[in-house]
Design a protein around this ligand. Sequence first.
Ligand code: 5GP
Length: 199
Amino acid sequence: MTTNKAANNIFVLSGPSGCGKDTVVKCLKLMRDDIFLSVSCTTRAPREGEKEGVDYYYLTQEQFDELVETGQMLEYNFYAGNYYGTSCAELERGRDLGKVVILVIDVNGAHNVRRLYPDSTLIFLLPPSMEVLRERIARRGVTNDVEERMEIARAEIEDSINFDVRIVNDDLEKCVREVSDLIDQKMNQDKTTGGKETC
Ligand code: 5GP
């Protein structure tokens, strides 16, 4: 199916686990009322304090596979032992509301979204340093996979040169402002470009 829905309202925020992506988008959501934050599906167990339908849709492996096999998953990836993916339905929900859709996903997912929606914008959030990143990852209660996440982080940072914009998250307020300005800039560009529907 192909439609002429603009895709310049799709923004992907990537960056290593622990670089502050979730905090940045939470602040952005508080600051602007035009943000739709896409909730991903995952097979990983909820962390303390995480809520179903807010942080993720927590699926069994069978439920996740079913979405993939029936073409209902826009993109997905295997990360540190678990599957993560964005459902077509979730993306469409945001687009139908006419909002700025933000996907907080890993670099592989970002490139997949770019392939499907060339007008989307890819933003990469960098940690102030690798030491700070390690501390943040260790503090988050995922101590069993700190080394694995650090290794993935190094590869992701190398790949970040392929993103449209790279922002260092050393000052939260400044970082949120930069992302917000970028959204305004992009949304004010030509709004007539269409996106290709894949779901
Ligand atoms: P965490 O377990 O820390 O919540 O997430 C691990 C990684 O999976 C993060 O880099 C996060 O951005 C990524 N991720 C979350 N949701 C998705 C998704 O829907 N698709 C992809 N490709 N990656 C995701």
